[in-house]
Design a protein around this ligand. Structure first.
Ligand SMILES: *Cc1c(COP(=O)(O)O)cnc(C)c1O
Length: 387
């Protein structure tokens, strides 16, 4: 049985895979079973932020693997403590809860917000306001938080207490805050899955001031945008916001599953023993790798992200067949004349791999993609769009 047939026979049909088998890679080049090499502008949906087979990361991961692979959260281990300290220092936060994915990081954020509100405002303050077109993950609570009906329809009833408001509509947000007893507002500074749309400075300012006025927490979902992708360590930093809770995952582990929920001083003591937990979260191999990743997200790297971003904007903004470019840093959306899936297929045939988000092409390259390769890929996109 060939691999594609086997996969289709035995793996649940939740993914519409591209007809390509990955067998290896180096940096932003992927080697495939068809014998060809591809330029990777997807980095495994924004995960491999230093590309494939990154030497420095592999080295610390292997070193930890040779010590012990897991010890459970019943004991102390160095990698998670080091990583938590680093995250707190870099993001000006007080405590971290580690998990294994973005959805779990958001579950923790939601639980922390609900518990804080019950303790500080009253039991009825359960509502969490999120934005239409948002994406917060696939577990039932993260799904309820996700402001897109298409993901909800087959999974009713969802956990209650989630309200969705239109991005940019400040009056609607304030009306919800007045009508419902709320715990928090949750947002992505750039909506990823929803179409790579930044919320904009004016709306970001409104989120900050209304959250203060109504004494609700601000939760920044930085699962996709965080860890340097926006050109700052976290996306909300571009808008000078100060969220109370930050959830992140994707790029943090550099390719290994790791989620983190960062809590500020106000929430530092919200959880006590037994309130929340996980078997795998904070895995020593994932955390050792993440310490290496985070230590390399420094100002020169971020400047490189911003430079690459400007290059893509300049080249593609007025290119033939491309209607618009949106996004921040190296999380960019291209609105194109052709259907996005078909366009992605055509690019694949020309040796460039991209992801899509709704009707857009979504570019999430490694943060250190060599300029030569980026230029080559951008030229391919231009050629393809112009035809
Ligand atoms: C991918 C994503 C999630 C879900 O992360 P998983 O690791 O797939 O659970 C949540 N929020 C945002 C903004 C994401 O992009």
């Amino acid at each position: 049985m060939d691999l594609m047939t086997m996969d289709q026979q035995y793996i649940a049909h939740t993914y519409n895979r591209f007809p390509l088998q990955i067998i290896g890679g180096s940096g932003s080049t992927l080697y495939c079973a068809d014998g060809k090499e591809y330029i990777d502008l997807g980095s495994g949906i924004g995960v491999n932020i230093f590309g494939i087979n990154d030497e420095a990361w592999k080295c610390v991961v292997t070193e930890q693997l040779n010590k012990f692979q897991h010890c459970s959260n019943l004991y102390y281990s160095k990698p998670s403590a080091l990583l938590a300290q680093m995250l707190c220092h870099r993001a000006d936060m007080s405590k971290v809860f580690f998990s294994n994915s973005g959805a779990e990081a958001n579950e923790c954020a939601i639980k922390a917000a609900r518990k804080w509100a019950a303790q500080n405002k009253g039991k009825e303050y359960v509502h969490i306001i999120t934005l239409k077109q948002s994406f917060h993950g696939r577990t039932l609570a993260a799904l309820a938080a996700t402001g897109q009906d298409v993901y909800h329809k087959d999974y009713q009833p969802l956990p209650a207490g989630f309200l969705h408001t239109e991005v940019g509509n400040v009056a609607q947000l304030e009306a919800l805050l007045k009508e419902y007893p709320c715990a928090a507002i949750m947002f992505e500074a750039v909506q990823g899955e929803g179409g790579v749309m930044p919320i904009g400075q004016a709306y970001a300012d409104a989120l900050s001031s209304l959250s203060r006025e109504y004494n609700v927490l601000l939760i920044a979902d930085e699962v996709q945008l965080g860890n340097g992708r926006s050109g700052q360590l976290y996306g909300y930093m571009n808008y000078a916001m100060k969220p109370d809770i930050v959830s992140t995952a994707k790029g943090l582990g550099g390719g290994l599953p790791l989620g983190a929920t960062l809590l500020n001083e106000e929430l530092a003591e919200v959880f006590s023993f037994g309130d929340h937990g996980t078997t795998f979260g904070g895995n020593p191999i994932c955390c050792a790798g993440a310490v290496n990743i985070l230590s390399r997200i420094d100002e020169p790297l971020l400047q490189g992200v911003r430079n690459r971003s400007s290059y893509i904007y300049n080249e593609l903004s007025n290119a033939k067949g491309i209607l618009s470019v949106s996004g921040m840093g190296l999380m960019l959306g291209l609105e194109i004349e052709k259907p996005s899936r078909q366009f992605a297929q055509e690019l694949l045939h020309r040796g460039v791999l991209v992801t899509t988000a709704k009707q857009k092409l979504r570019l999430l390259p490694a943060l250190n993609i060599p300029m030569e390769q980026l230029k080559q890929a951008v030229q391919t996109i231009k050629d393809c769009a112009a035809q």
